[in-house]
Design a protein around this ligand. Structure first.
Ligand SMILES: *Cc1c(COP(=O)(O)O)cnc(C)c1O
Length: 427
């Protein structure tokens, strides 16, 4: 680090030599892990570049559309580029898909009919999907209300997919096998592409025609392949996470086989109309450019989380994953010893944000959660978690889930600021 930088960090952020030394020592230790992340990013950058070139993307594809959006060439080209990048047959990539939850719910409602069953093989799905499925609350129009049943198989205590239990749980009604790649906000490992592949091979031996759906949120571009390329039928995610590269202002994607995507398109708009409509009166540029940046931005976020893991591991906290683990999502969990540390950490992340740095997050009673929750997010795109952010329920064990970071430099700076708030205070 430049002498001038150190002086400036001290003056502008009150960062002392102590925090700098701590983070720089970790940075050296993380060197090999960083190289692995860069190698993945290099591959994915090439993949995205090639897809843009093959589709001959030009300025005309950025143009907005209005009304029904028939023959919206920007929308259609964007979907073809995603199809190539993800190595699938077809994709829906739309600003009208409001979030990751919406994308996944579209998949489920698009593919399941009354009397079908959905089997989750990675335990309980992400919180926000519980009401769509009908395993929490009594929301009108849940899968349950349509007579679609749900079962789940937990991961083993080692965090592996429990193939024996799954084989016993698949029967005639089982239409969808559901996999969540990322840890989401639970204290477990994310699943590797190899683990997903092995599971799909075994599952198909039991039931050839089962539809394998992957919640791919937070997983895109963390490896050189995506779940679709190892046998999944459909995967879905959010554009304000990894594949939007920090630029996409909203939206979600669904990628998979032609047959599945066709059915889901009927749910996206209406049966019979499918994918043919849907206009966007703003420019498509941030979706294309965001995808172009996504491999690099994901690598920046991953390296930032590796650094945070090492720093906090060295400070004596339990972290998951470890700094040197291979990563299949952009989330870093850190377990603090006290509630005060947890809150101080989130407040420090907020204060280190480019946007809303002047506000102080406090724990609050968030609807649907039993414990209070504290959230730190100071993002350009509201709620975007490819930007540096941190969330924590206020309950023992005191675990913060942090993710994102558009630039490694920013995450590094933020980690120094959190250290100043926590360690220096505690010692
Ligand atoms: C974020 C996320 C979702 C839901 O996405 P939203 O955009 O927040 O609705 C679902 N599953 C996982 C694993 C996620 O990380």
């Amino acid at each position: 680090m430049l002498k001038q930088t150190k002086e400036y960090l001290a003056e502008a952020f009150g960062i002392t030599e102590k925090e700098i030394t701590c983070v720089q020592t970790s940075e050296v230790a993380c060197c090999q892990t960083f190289q692995k992340i860069d190698a993945i990013s290099e591959y994915n950058q090439a993949k995205v570049l090639k897809a843009l070139q093959e589709e001959q993307i030009a300025a005309r594809h950025f143009s907005p559309s209005t009304g029904y959006g028939y023959d919206d060439i920007g929308r259609d080209a964007l979907e073809r580029v995603f199809t190539r990048v993800f190595g699938c047959e077809d994709a829906l990539v739309r600003p009208q898909i409001a979030s990751g939850t919406h994308a996944i719910a579209l998949v489920l409602f698009g593919l399941l009919l009354p009397n079908d069953e959905m089997l989750s093989i990675t335990g309980k799905p992400y919180d926000t999907l519980e009401e769509s499925i009908g395993i929490r609350g009594e929301a009108f129009g849940s899968l349950k209300q349509y007579g679609i049943s749900y079962k789940q198989v937990e991961l083993t205590s080692q965090g592996e997919i429990d193939l024996e239990m799954i084989k016993q749980s698949i029967h005639k009604k089982t239409k969808i096998v559901y996999i969540q790649r990322s840890r989401g906000y639970s204290w477990r490992e994310s699943l590797s592409i190899e683990q997903i592949q092995r599971a799909i091979i075994e599952i198909r031996k039991v039931k050839q025609d089962v539809i394998v759906v992957v919640d791919n949120c937070y997983g895109e571009f963390t490896d050189i392949q995506e779940p679709i390329q190892v046998g999944a039928d459909v995967m879905a995610g959010s554009l304000i996470k990894n594949p939007g590269g920090g630029l996409a202002p909203t939206g979600g994607y669904i990628a998979g086989t032609k047959i599945c995507i066709g059915k889901i398109a009927n749910r996206l708009t209406s049966p019979g109309i499918g994918r043919e409509v849907g206009s966007y009166a703003a420019m498509y540029t941030p979706f294309f450019q965001g995808l172009f940046l996504a491999p690099h931005v994901v690598a920046q976020a991953l390296k930032g989380m590796v650094l945070a893991a090492h720093v906090y591991q060295e400070q004596g906290f339990t972290v998951l994953p470890s700094f040197d683990a291979s990563r299949n999502d952009i989330i870093q969990a850190i377990q603090f010893k006290t509630k005060e540390q947890l809150i101080a950490f989130c407040q420090a992340i907020q204060s280190a944000s480019p946007i809303d740095s002047h506000v102080t997050p406090e724990p609050w009673d968030m609807p649907g959660y039993e414990a209070q929750v504290i959230m730190a997010a100071g993002a350009f795109v509201q709620g975007a978690s490819i930007e540096l952010s941190a969330d924590a329920p206020i309950k023992d064990p005191y675990i913060v889930y942090m993710q994102g970071g558009l630039t490694y430099e920013h995450v590094k700076l933020a980690v120094m600021i959190t250290l100043k708030n926590i360690i220096v205070k505690e010692i």
